[in-house]
Each structure stands twice: as C-alpha cells, then as structure tokens.
Design a protein around this ligand. Sequence first.
Ligand SMILES: [Fe+2]
Length: 233
Amino acid sequence: MRTVIDFHSHILPGIDDGSETAEMSEQMLELSKEQGIGAIAATPHFYAGQTTLDAFLKKREAAFLKIRDAAVRCGIDLFLGAETAFFPGIGNADGVRHLTIDGTSLLLLEMPFREWTRRDVEELEKLTARGLTPLLAHIERYFSCQKDRKIIAELYSLPVLGQVNAGALLSWRTRRLALKLFVHDMAHLLGSDCHNVSSRSPNLARGRSVIEERLGSSCLFQIDRLGKEVFGL
Ligand SMILES: [Fe+2]
C-alpha cells in the first residue's frame, strides 16, 4: 500500500513558531488527512544555542501527548524528530542522535543561509561516518548563496538526502529549481514545512500534483518508495 509521508512539519503545539495550540494542530492533522497523508514527521526547530537537548526532548514529548489521540483518530502516524539548525561541532555532538526522525537515521538539518565551506561539509561527513543521514531541509532555499560547485559536489558525494518544501513547487519563482533538484538526484523527499492553518498550512498534496504533472507519476512513486524504505514500511 502507498503511504504518503510528510517529512517536515511544525505540527506539535506550543514548542516553536509552528502550531500555537492543540486545536490548531488538530486542524493541521485534519487537513493532512484530507490530503491522503499517512505519516508525518513532527520536526520542531532545535537550536543548540537556545535550549538543552533534555529540555527540548521533554517539551517535545509533552507537546506530542497533547495531540497523540487526535493523530490516531485521523489515522496518521506521527514520528518525532527535529529540524536541527547546523552549528559548528555538530559532527561530533553526541546528542544529535536523539534528534533523528524516530526509527530512522534521518537528521533533518537546517543548513546555514550563507555560502557553505569545506569545513561545513566535513561536519556532515562526520555525521555520516556515525551512521546518521543528514536530510537537508528545504534544500531549494540555499542555492542562491552557493557559488562553489565543488563544495556542492563534495556534499552530494556523501550519503545525504535533500528535502524540498511543497510550497517551492507551488510558486513560479522556485518551481523550476525544485523540479530540477529532483531530476538531478539532489532532492529525494518532500515536506510541507507547515506551521499553521493559514499562511503556511499543510500543502503536500498540491506539491505532489505538480511533481506528478511535470515529472510523471514514476517520480512520485520513487519519493514514496524511499519514504517507506527509511521507515522500514
Ligand atoms: Fe521548518
């Protein structure tokens, strides 16, 4: 059976700049259900400089418990993770293992919005050497900062994956780039990066339609197959 997975969301209530209340989270779950989503990675922002890992994990668990029953009612599996902001030293930081999307080796990583350096790539290399798989969050957003193709090539020589935001497929400004990233094997998974039910609401289905229309259903099939694979479904 086909399971559609949203790999990036701020659906947990009251933990970051995403959903503000359990009620809003429930509405986000309903909207996701209507779009045929079967599983959602709940990935609140984690900034190493702003909180401790322990405090974050406790807060995340409390937020999850507030909507666990609603998720069950919607028939959606929620997997706990984080959108971890890159920081120097992340490659050796023990705690990041606890920030992977539950049951997978995927670490949803928000890269710095500046030109990447060899040192940044080395940090990612250290993560991969530890068996983690960096999943580069909204990969389409960084390319305007990158000038050195060699750095991009070195990054993609590592076992990393790219995640594209569905919203990028919906805007004419970013659609071409987002599609190109899938074609060139630089993007592999999709996320809504939903934050609320208004300006940044769950929109995975619309993004998927664009992929189907422009790249064909085989591309969607590959995305779904990889998604299932990483969860061992
Ligand atoms: Fe996000």
